[in-house]
Design a protein around this ligand. Structure first.
Ligand code: BYC
Length: 332
């Protein structure tokens, strides 16, 4: 295709120079990454690196915030006071994770308000897993065991992400998610060792959550648009399929120990690979949930919009208080 270049010689030279400068910046940047350096907020970075991190970290933050909703629904119906306290503490942890992540994302030059506006308008993505319903108490156990279990498998490598503020946020998040995974497994253990009806509740919940948990790792490697570049930049350390397989290999024996069945007729131990073979994920469902929000997407966004509206006065009061404190400190 031909086009008429209407730029003056001077403009052309400066555009060519810009391309050369960008190439030099990319090379120098890649050398830093290859050498294992950690990139900090004020360092030079290619615009694409900044944008892709902002995308991933803000999606991650939104997932933590929206992820409180299915569990929040069970606070008033937890079977004992102790379970209620544990659940409340877990949900608070998730809120904390969202806040560290928004802060990490803000270091890349976008305000939290703007990121939240994208979530509320439906423009921003969050993890598909939170668009599935949690109709039984067993789902609270399964969310902890499988959903936090998948999250921690995906996130431990992110503690070594090349971007310092994200990597550091992940250290604490992973410690808390590991604890969440264990508390979820404990709930499922109690159900699996209870009456046949209790055990059935646990089994039904695994049937609901197994495949959506596998989808949390993202599309298969052959369909993943960002993996290659993100691994080159050491944002991601392993591919989606590698982490998914790691999760399957860890989780199947945990289900077997409880006498529960993974709802995959093609699941079988592969002696040669030292790993489980598994059935095909329903990618049509995955992309449909991303596109249309699945069963709960509309409710989730509605709930976040209502929270944003109802919380206006809280945020205004917190801001006024912070201003007052800052003025007092300055005067002192
Ligand atoms: N859901 O090229 P790909 C938690 C999108 S919360 C929705 O492989 P990438 C918890 C992807 O964004 C834990 N969208 O992308 C909270 C991309 O779309 P765009 C949440 C998905 O980034 C409360 C497109 O598909 N964890 O633990 O290289 C209670 C192509 O994908 C999903 C994180 O956020 C999905 N599942 O890899 C309990 C982890 N998968 O943006 C628990 C951090 C993919 O091009 N994120 N997409 O339009 C990551 O590690 C990576 O972003 C992913 C995807 C592995 C998720």
């Amino acid at each position: 295709m031909y086009s008429t270049d209407l730029r003056t010689d001077r403009e052309k030279k400066s555009a060519d120079q810009q391309i050369l400068d960008d190439a030099k910046l990319w090379d120098a940047f890649q050398k830093r990454i290859d050498g294992g350096e950690v990139i900090e907020a004020k360092d030079d970075m290619p615009e694409k690196y900044r944008a892709t991190l902002l995308r991933q970290i803000s999606q991650h933050a939104h997932s933590e915030i929206v992820g409180q909703l299915p569990e929040g629904n069970w606070v008033t119906r937890a079977p004992t006071l102790k379970r209620k306290l544990i659940l409340l503490a877990k949900i608070q942890d998730e809120a904390g994770h969202g806040l560290y992540l928004y802060s990490a994302a803000e270091t890349l030059g976008r305000s939290r308000d703007d990121m939240v506006a994208d979530l509320l308008s439906g423009k921003a993505k969050y993890s598909t897993i939170f668009n599935y319903p949690a109709p039984s108490w067993a789902d609270i156990g399964t969310i902890g065991w499988l959903v936090d279990g998948a999250a921690v498998t995906n996130q431990i490598p992110l503690c070594r992400c090349s971007y310092g503020p994200y990597a550091r946020a992940m250290v604490r998040v992973c410690k808390e998610e590991s604890f969440h995974q264990r508390q979820g497994y404990e709930i499922v253990t109690v159900l699996a060792q209870g009456t046949p009806e209790h055990k059935q509740l646990a089994q039904d919940s695994i049937n609901r959550y197994w495949w959506p948990s596998l989808m949390m790792f993202g599309p298969s490697d052959s369909a993943s648009t960002h993996s290659a570049q993100n691994m080159k930049w050491k944002i991601k350390r392993h591919s989606n399929d590698v982490l998914r397989q790691r999760f399957i290999d860890t989780t199947v024996p945990q289900a077997e120990f409880l006498g529960l069945t993974i709802p995959d007729p093609d699941l079988k131990w592969n002696e040669e690979r030292g790993s489980y073979d598994h059935g095909e994920i329903d990618w049509y469902e995955f992309w449909a949930v991303i596109k249309d929000g699945g069963i709960c997407g509309k409710d989730r966004i509605r709930a976040r919009r209502a929270a944003a509206k109802d919380g206006v006065w809280v945020r205004a009061a917190a801001e006024a208080y912070a201003k007052k404190q800052a003025a007092k400190q300055q005067a002192a």
